[in-house]
Design a protein around this ligand. Structure first.
Ligand SMILES: Cc1cc2nc3c(=O)[nH]c(=O)nc-3n(C[C@H](O)[C@H](O)[C@H](O)COP(=O)(O)OP(=O)(O)OC[C@H]3O[C@@H](n4cnc5c(N)ncnc54)[C@H](O)[C@@H]3O)c2cc1C
Length: 410
């Protein structure tokens, strides 16, 4: 293919969860959308388990519901999260975070990433005004007055009034457009997989910042033959993680049981293991002429506070809201003022927590004596001061969804 197709309102690069969500939000407004994805179609229609169990806030669930994706996720894979516990060092001291309202209220929901991707894909596929280009890699973009042109690797050119990149935290398009990004490489990797264990988890997620390792265990729904299941998220230097990734199941189970000090009884792995490098990224700008960044391409969070996709959903929701306003007023959906409003709103919503997350991750992986003392003090303060705890819980739950509309998004 090397034709020029000119009839799009918005071209989105990347059919990950953020790109799919934005396509769904914009298609609902009747806009003509092109969604460009370098992977083959099968990876979208039947995405494979990737080890990620995504903690979704209440606001994210509302947005997914609005997109028609939430009801496509099988109920039995949505695991309730009632409490999060943070342990430090030897593990004696715990900070417990749970909702203070109705008994039975959830802190959030844990959903396998591949189910979210499949549900979003199914929801957008039912929209006739979204055209999906799979096995297509975006390679360049030019902006002119009134429109932008995206070039694909096979020479095809797509023109639209706005191009949005949702092409991973290492976004190639961000660089090509000339937007820099602050990157923080934590010098470690995360290994994620499912573990069956003997003791129940009571729907409590535990984040244990031990000395020399960080282990999170996220509660999942059990099944008949494995009633007690959790997702292991283990952070260690890359070389150690590589050794663990290739251990046989018995040795891996024994090592994780030992590392977790038998808190959930003996454990064994029951899924494939997946490894992710720990690099947090924050784009210096979120917009350029006729161009915007969403998802991890704008804000690539450290997973420790479970906010990456939650922010991706929020950002696309805000951008779609501003575009809805422009459509209603017969305005320009790629106007600089609109894009700047998106950038301001999303920066304001994400920047403080991005910095706080990085600072927390750095502090709780620093095992020097002064850091150990400070870590302990911070947890004790959090545990003893209800207002601090309530603030953390409110952030984890995020009950308010930014309203859509030209003057109501911030
Ligand atoms: C271990 C782990 C646990 C996590 N836990 C949570 C959590 O609990 N809560 C939470 O909110 N978030 C969590 N996250 C973060 C969340 O997974 C990400 O924020 C989210 O997947 C990012 O989605 P995205 O669509 O922006 O990017 P991606 O998922 O990276 O998708 C980008 C897409 O763009 C495509 N692409 C790239 N370049 C091009 C190109 N040039 N042309 C065409 N296509 C291209 C890629 O093929 C890909 O499909 C976690 C992440 C990890 C690693």
């Amino acid at each position: 293919m090397s034709e020029t197709i000119t009839d799009f309102d918005v071209v989105i690069i990347g059919a990950g969860p953020a790109g799919l969500s934005l396509a769904g939000s914009l298609a609902a407004q009747g806009l003509a959308i092109a969604l460009v994805e370098r992977l083959p179609g099968a990876s979208l229609t039947a995405p494979e388990f990737d080890g990620r169990e995504i903690a979704l806030t209440h606001s994210s669930v509302d947005i997914l519901r609005g997109l028609g994706a939430w009801e496509r996720i099988p109920q039995d894979v949505i695991a309730p999260l009632r409490e999060a516990r943070v342990l430090d060092g030897a593990g004696g001291h715990a900070l417990s975070l749970s909702p203070s309202g109705d008994a039975g209220e959830r802190l959030g929901h844990l959903v396998p990433n591949f189910h979210i991707r499949r549900a979003l894909h199914d929801a957008v596929q039912s929209r006739p005004n979204i055209r999906l280009f799979t096995e297509s890699t975006a390679t360049g973009m030019t902006a002119a007055s009134g429109h932008a042109t995206l070039t694909l690797a096979d020479g095809a050119r797509l023109t639209a009034r706005l191009v949005v990149a949702a092409d991973t935290r290492f976004s190639e398009m961000r660089r090509r457009v000339g937007i820099g990004a602050a990157m923080h490489d934590f010098g470690a990797s995360m290994l994620v997989c499912r573990m069956a264990h003997e003791e129940p988890h009571h729907e409590v997620a535990t984040e244990w910042f031990g000395y020399g390792q960080t282990i999170a265990m996220l509660p999942l729904n059990g099944v008949a033959e494995m009633p007690h299941l959790s997702s292991l998220v283990l952070t260690l230097p890359a070389r150690e993680i590589e050794r663990l990734r290739t251990l046989d199941d018995a040795a891996f189970g024994a090592e994780i049981t030992r590392r977790y000090q038998g808190r959930l009884g003996p454990m064994r792995p029951v899924s494939s293991r997946h490894v992710y490098p720990l690099v947090a990224v924050y784009a210096q700008r979120f917009v350029a002429p006729r161009f915007a960044l969403v998802g991890d391409a704008a804000v690539g969070m450290h997973p420790v506070t479970a906010h990456g996709f939650n922010y991706g959903l929020r950002g696309q929701h805000v951008l779609a809201g501003l575009i809805a306003g422009a459509v209603a007023n017969k305005g320009d959906i790629g106007a600089p003022a609109l894009l700047q409003r998106y950038e301001r709103a999303h920066r304001l919503a994400t920047r403080p927590f991005y910095l706080a997350t990085n600072a927390t991750a750095r502090l709780y992986t620093d095992d020097s004596l002064p850091a150990r003392v400070l870590r302990d003090v911070v947890l004790r303060i959090g545990a003893r001061l209800p207002p601090v705890r309530h603030m953390m819980v409110a952030k984890l739950m995020e009950k308010t969804t930014p309203s859509i509309g030209p003057s109501r998004v911030v």
